[in-house]
Each structure stands twice: as structure tokens, then as C-alpha cells.
Design a protein around this ligand. Structure first.
Ligand code: NDP
Length: 291
């Protein structure tokens, strides 16, 4: 008997502005194909004034979910039906999931970071230094605290972003932690000395992002020791100066593709209920970034 034909594809997307250089589609669609799913991931340019209409459109077209990137991560919240725990704590959504007809906002950036870190170490009881206090630093620090790390030092240029983040971590996030946790702020005005005993050093600033690839973190490299794990959020290029310096010192490293792939894996799991092949996704990105 002839099989029923189906030309209707399941839809997911990324909403951003600008969005043309966002490589997420290039890793998600090969993952769908490798999973045998006839799903699409569309890169959609959504201007801020059109965000409400775009979310209505996602509902009307029956999207299974969508990612939000700059400048929609906070603004999208008022158009959704609910938030997951960490999105609520962070006040930012990067992944919307359709559950029983409702659009629920999640944040997979920090979860993706922790997932990529777990390949090297267990975050429990670890002491971390995080450079930056923007959206990426916020997502990473909240999930690292929830994952059981003992101490986070937020090193940031501006106090007006650093202090509220430390306050959020010490007041709201610490209350959800099962182990002892504390956060401190350091104003970043000169080359930073990494404290002895630090386990994990994370660049969550935009320093090193293309086209500013020559930029270096203001950091006393003599204080970076081989036992420290070094992570960078910059996906383009993955081999930032920090990653190169850390490799030269013998430190284990996690580049920005590690976090990008891991948060994409979590997004696909939320949307499809199935786990994609992370190696397919990383391979697709490595071909783009010529690694
Ligand atoms: P934000 O604009 O929210 O924050 C930027 C941060 O970088 C701030 O802390 C800012 O400090 C700091 N910063 C920028 N330039 C300098 C500088 N010259 N010197 C010192 N500090 C500086 O950006 P996001 O947090 O959203 O994104 C940060 C980076 O993370 C981006 O490059 C993005 O591509 C990357 N990212 C990667 C992901 C991945 O999956 N790999 C996921 C999400 C983001 P100040 O507060 O003083 O301005």
C-alpha cells in the first residue's frame, strides 16, 4: 500500500537583529538530518518593533520553539506564557519551547556552558573567576552556582553591571544552592592577578570576538597556572588569544564552540525530546570557522 505523503516540516528558528552572522542554523539543521528528522531551523531577522508580531507568528505557524539572540533575550519575556527556573533567576531567555500549546522561556546558555565543563571536571566545590557581567556571564555564573561551585569572583570593567550580578548571586541564587556558595566583585582597572587556588577561569566578555581578534584580556599571565581550566565564550574565532595563551601554559581549555554546541544540544532536546549528535554539530561549525 502506498505511504501517506507529508510535505509539512516542523519549524524552529532564531529571532535576532542583526542575525545574518549567527551560525546556529548551520549546526542545528545537520543535526536534524543526522537524527532523521524533517525539521527546519530558520534564521529570521526580527526588528525590535516586530518582536510581538514575530512571537504571534510563531504561535500561528505552530513553531516547536525558537532561540532568541540580541536584542530580544529580555524583551521576549512579556510575550511568553511562562519561564523555566534559571530563565526566571537570570531574567533572560535564549530558548523558547512550545509545551502543550504554551510558549515557555528557558535559558540554555549557562546550562550549555556547565555541560561542556563537565567533560573536563565536576563544578562542585570549585573556585571560579569570571571576566564579564553581561548576559553570558550572568547565565554562566547562575548555572555554575546552581551546579554547586563554591566561589565565584566576577571581574568586570563597569561596577554598574558587576555589582547587581554579585547581588543576584548572593541573594537569590545562593538561596537555591544546596551547598555553601559566595560571590564577590572585583573592579577591573588593571592587569588582573588570578588568586592562587582558583580552579576555573572563564572569559565571558566579548573581548576577542571577530573582527577584534587581536584583543587580549588585561590579565597577569604569570598567575595563570597549568592546573587551572580556562574557558572562553567567544565562538568566532574559537582559538582566541586567551585560549592560545592557556594552551601554551598547559591548561585544559574549553573554547566558545564547546558552549555553543552544548546549548544547541539542550535546545534540540527541549524541542524534539531526542538527543542530537554533538560531534555532527561541532564538525559543521569547525568547517565554517576553518578549525
Ligand atoms: P554583553 O554586551 O551583555 O556583555 C559584554 C561584557 O563584556 C560586559 O561585561 C562588558 O563589560 C565586557 N566587555 C566588552 N568589551 C570589553 C573590554 N574592551 N574590556 C573589558 N570588558 C569588556 O554581551 P553578552 O554577555 O551577551 O556576550 C558576551 C560574549 O559572549 C559575546 O562575544 C557572545 O558572542 C558570547 N556568547 C557566546 C555564546 C556561546 O554559546 N559560545 C553564548 C552567548 C554569548 P562592561 O559591563 O564594563 O561593559
Amino acid at each position: 500500500m502506498a505511504q501517506a505523503l507529508n510535505f509539512k516540516q516542523e519549524l524552529t528558528a532564531c529571532f535576532g537583529f542583526p542575525v545574518a552572522e549567527n551560525p546556529t542554523q548551520a549546526m542545528i539543521e545537520p543535526a536534524y538530518r543526522a537524527m532523521g528528522l524533517d525539521w527546519r531551523y530558520l534564521t529570521l531577522e526580527v526588528r525590535p518593533e516586530n518582536l510581538a508580531a514575530a512571537v504571534h507568528g510563531a504561535r500561528a505557524f505552530g513553531f516547536n520553539g525558537f532561540n532568541c539572540t540580541i536584542p530580544h533575550k529580555i524583551a521576549v519575556i512579556e510575550h511568553l506564557d511562562g519561564l523555566g527556573e534559571s530563565a526566571q533567576l537570570m531574567g533572560a531567555v535564549n530558548c523558547v519551547v512550545q509545551r502543550d500549546g504554551k510558549l515557555i522561556g528557558e535559558n540554555t546558555d549557562g546550562k550549555g556552558f556547565v555541560s561542556s565543563l563537565r567533560k573536563l571536571t565536576d563544578p562542585t566545590g570549585k573556585r571560579c573567576v569570571i571576566f564579564g557581567a553581561g548576559g553570558a556571564a550572568r547565565a554562566i555564573s547562575v548555572e555554575m552556582a546552581l551546579a554547586g561551585c563554591a566561589e565565584i569572583i566576577i571581574v568586570n570593567r563597569s561596577a554598574n553591571r558587576g555589582l547587581p550580578l554579585v547581588d543576584l548571586l548572593n541573594r537569590r541564587v545562593a538561596a537555591s544552592c544546596s551547598t555553601s556558595f559566595s560571590a564577590n566583585f572585583v573592579s577591573w582597572t588593571a592587569d588582573y592577578d588570578i588568586p592562587t587556588g582558583t580552579d576555573i577561569v572563564i572569559n565571558a566578555t566579548s573581548i576577542g570576538l571577530y573582527p577584534g581578534t587581536d584583543a587580549r584580556l588585561a590579565l597577569n599571565l604569570a598567575t595563570l597556572l597549568p592546573a587551572m581550566i580556562v574557558a572562553d565564550v567567544i565562538p568566532n574565532p574559537p582559538a582566541t588569544n586567551l585560549i592560545k595563551d592557556a594552551r601554551a601554559k598547559g591548561c585544559p581549555v574549553i573554547d566558545g564552540l564547546g558552549m555553543l554546541v552544548a546549548q544547541g544540544v539542550i535546545g534540540i532536546e527541549y524541542w524534539t525530546g531526542q538527543t542530537p549528535d554533538a560531534a555532527v554539530m561541532r564538525g559543521a561549525l569547525e568547517r565554517i570557522f576553518d578549525q
